[in-house]
Design a protein around this ligand. Structure first.
Ligand code: ZN
Length: 401
């Protein structure tokens, strides 16, 4: 029996409610006066909550591993990111806001340039996004299905697009249809196991049709296809943890990740106020709410220390309104660190805060990296957070006699 099976055998239902707030990329490194973003921010409400809570560090995937937001989120949703992989094509599809369904194979596409039978530019001169949209609309009009498999084409940024193949019998053991280098002939999609041959055949017919349709559209006159990935078919949070779960997120990728684990995720426009409005309306109907804050990661990636601080302060000012629903259990953490010093995701563990009436208090007084280092939770694997939330909501029975 692994931990997942143990938890699955122990959960019970009750009326206790759990709130999990994910501040994307929240962990930082010292930049000004030896302080991180969380340490430099003025956060009276977070401080007050930290005083009543227990803190520690969460390792999203494993020590030393820098995670993407996909595995980072799976961990905090209680799924082992090494056991459940979400393929590149699916992540790309979620990123552009495509709903993936369980008969889909999702693929990342590039518009590229072919000349004299060779790929001469793998990105078609990075065509403008507007041009990309026009080409995708044209192709969507011309190619709706191939041999009974439905075809959907969605534009991304510049030369990128997402291709969805939908139908019975599609598998994703298919090598990239991309020579990786210029000056080589196009490489067809090739199945690496027999059941994926249908997918490879459809992909190759798609490339052939597109290349014919785009032959006068230099520089975007062919396509490369990569990252073939099937819908990951994850067990839902309801199955694994007995939780009716709601996702509150205003960016497509995070809505998509939440849907993959079976959360209800209503559409909202961007903005913290829209998130809070939805959260307050829906809170009463669910056992568990995932509340996502995106911009902390964006400002970290921009290397914008001050903006990341401002966003933390804005969130802090709204925290009392969020907590006014009186959750029984609250956790605040991130899916990974994004220090503005590195302008990128990093391997550093992420502060995690846990509040419930049943915690052992520690001496922490702020939600910061230096306080987390002193906290009573110590160092956790992200996937251990959810069982702790269930326990604190008195939703886990005793294990063994
Ligand atoms: Zn992230």
């Amino acid at each position: 029996m692994d931990m997942e099976e143990v938890i699955k055998s122990l959960w019970i239902r009750n009326d206790k409610k759990i709130l999990l707030i994910v501040m994307d990329g929240i962990g930082g490194l010292p930049v000004v006066d030896g302080k991180t973003e969380l340490e430099a921010a003025h956060t009276p409400n977070l401080d007050e909550l930290a005083f009543r809570s227990v803190l520690g560090f969460s390792h999203p995937v494993g020590r030393g591993i820098t995670p993407g937001s996909g595995p980072g989120h799976l961990g905090i949703f209680g799924y082992d990111p090494l056991k459940y992989e979400i393929g590149r094509g699916i992540l790309e599809a979620l990123g552009v806001g495509v709903d993936v369904n369980d008969k889909d194979v999702a693929v990342r596409g590039n518009f590229a340039t072919i000349k004299g039978g060779k790929i001469v530019d793998r990105r078609a001169g990075r065509i403008p996004t507007e041009e990309n949209k026009k080409i995708c609309a044209y192709l969507s009009e011309k190619i709706k299905e191939i041999d009974g498999i439905e075809i959907f084409i969605y534009p991304g940024e510049e030369h990128r697009f997402v291709l969805i193949l939908r139908g019975d019998g599609l598998y994703d053991e298919v090598e990239d249809a991309d020579p990786q280098e210029t000056g080589l002939p196009p490489k067809p999609a090739r199945a690496t196991d027999p059941r994926s041959e249908l997918t490879a055949r459809i992909a190759n017919k798609f490339i052939e049709k597109v290349t014919e349709l785009l032959k006068d559209r230099h520089p975007a006159n062919t396509v490369l296809l990569r990252g073939f990935a099937r819908h990951p078919h994850l067990p839902s949070m309801e199955e694994l943890y007995g939780l009716r779960a709601l996702g509150v997120a205003d960016y497509p990728m995070y809505r998509g990740l939440a849907k993959l684990v079976g959360m209800d995720v209503p559409y909202i426009e961007h903005g913290l106020d829209n998130e809070i409005k939805l959260f307050k309306e829906m809170w009463g109907k669910y056992d568990f709410v995932y509340f996502h804050l995106k911009k902390t990661d964006s400002y970290g990636e921009d290397g914008n220390f001050q903006k990341k601080i401002s966003l933390i302060e804005e969130f802090d000012s709204k925290l009392p309104e969020i907590l006014s629903v009186k959750p029984d259990v609250v956790a605040i953490t991130g899916d990974h660190s994004t220090p503005s010093l590195l302008k990128a995701h990093s391997w550093h563990p992420v502060p995690v805060l846990l509040y419930s009436p049943y915690i052992r208090p520690d001496t922490t007084t702020r939600f910061t990296e230096s306080e987390a280092a002193k906290g009573g939770l110590g160092h956790l694997c992200a996937k251990e957070i959810l069982p702790l939330l269930l326990a604190n909501a008195l939703r886990l029975k005793k294990f063994g006699a």
